[in-house]
Design a protein around this ligand. Structure first.
Ligand code: AMP
Ligand code: MG
Length: 349
């Protein structure tokens, strides 16, 4: 079966499962969708027993809800409690799951040269992104933004004593919005494998990872067009593999006819807007999510050095003129569905 343009236009997510290409095994594809992490989540598994598969997906879905509560930056929950303690200058005991995420996020922040910086929760809040609804109206006072950026909250300000965490910088507020989805996807695939489902796909608002294959054929997914509807490209993946996309088109602050995207450059405190989407292919979604956010911040030129420094191999960048840059490995995998303004292949090695 071939994919026509209408099929792609139907796709609403940043990256998504494309229509069936046909598979031969007795297993059927069991799909469920849920709304969690403020986004649409899809889980697909190949299974012989549909009912048992639905129960496994319900298990994973329940975990997503718990993670959403525990890893939320400002609502009541484990991370919210840590942030309130940090704001009050107190040390706080952090549970093991969140603690290991903080360590991993700190590592990624370091590798990104601080462009991925989950300690800028206050800046994210100042721009109005600590709300389930998209913010509207004039941007925050430039002097206040500059002042907060100059206070330079960073992950290196955190002090870890076993499971007790405190901060040397009173401006540190942790926002794991650029990392948590990757972690959640990896854990979901681990759990599905543990329950006997080794051929699965998890799509968390366009951040996507697969295990196994789709009945002897690779999973075929689409990367959303950041400047239009539908897909920009499709690619085939199998085994344990993640395709994570960060885009400025998802969440933004609308002020008149201007849009201020939700990804903030920690150096200025201003939204990053010259890279409109960054897609990272990696074995682990958790190792692609923060880096994809960092590449959006880095911009259409500096992303190359930042990607190299983070040890990435397969990347695709779209800038605000619709120009695509991608690594040779990525170029070998993607098929463009829409015609980019230009395509440039960039070596990272
Ligand atoms: P993502 O969709 O993975 O790119 O993550 C974007 C989310 O991460 C935003 O909604 C913020 O909550 C948070 N964020 C924004 N800018 C940054 C940044 N420079 N580093 C880390 N997290 C950020
Ligand atoms: Mg991210």
């Amino acid at each position: 079966m071939s994919l026509n343009r209408r099929d792609f236009m139907k796709l609403g997510l940043g990256a998504c499962l494309l229509p069936a290409i046909g598979y031969s095994r007795a297993d059927t594809l069991v799909s469920e969708q849920m709304y969690v992490f403020g986004t649409l989540v899809g889980v697909d598994v190949l299974a012989a027993d549909t009912e048992a598969a639905r129960a496994a997906i319900a298990d994973v879905s329940h975990t997503f809800s718990v993670q959403n509560r525990d890893w939320h930056a400002w609502k009541p929950g484990a991370l919210g409690d840590l942030n309130r303690a940090l704001a009050a200058g107190r040390e706080h005991v952090v549970e093991p799951g969140l603690l290991s995420m903080l360590h991993e996020a700190r590592e990624i922040a370091h590798a990104s040269g601080g462009l991925y910086n989950p300690a800028i929760g206050s800046l994210v809040g100042l721009w109005g992104f600590h709300s389930d609804e998209l913010p509207v109206g004039a941007p925050p006072d430039a002097a206040v933004v500059a002042q907060l950026a100059a206070a330079a909250p960073g992950m290196e300000d955190l002090v870890f004593k076993g499971n007790r965490v405190s901060s040397r910088n009173p401006h540190v507020q942790i926002d794991l919005g650029g990392h948590a989805k990757g972690v959640a996807i990896d854990l979901a695939l681990d759990r599905l494998a543990q329950l006997g489902y080794g051929n699965a796909l998890v799509n968390l608002g366009g951040n996507l990872a697969v295990s196994g294959d789709r009945g002897g054929r690779p999973w075929r997914i689409g990367v959303r067009h950041p400047q239009g509807s539908g897909a920009l490209a499709s690619l085939e993946i199998s085994g344990r593999m993640a395709v994570v996309t960060s885009g400025t088109y998802e969440r933004y602050r609308q002020s008149g006819d201007r849009r201020y995207p939700h990804i903030i450059d920690p150096r200025s405190g201003q939204p990053a807007s010259h890279v409109v989407s960054a897609t990272v292919l990696h074995r682990h979604a958790a190792r692609a999510d923060g880096p994809a956010t960092a590449l959006v911040v880095a911009g259409p030129e500096a992303w190359v050095d930042v990607a190299r420094h983070m040890g990435l191999e397969d990347v695709m960048i779209v800038d605000d003129h619709g120009r695509v840059q991608l690594t040779p490995g990525m170029a070998a995998r993607v098929q463009f569905v829409a015609q980019p303004a230009s395509v440039k292949i960039v070596e990272l090695a």
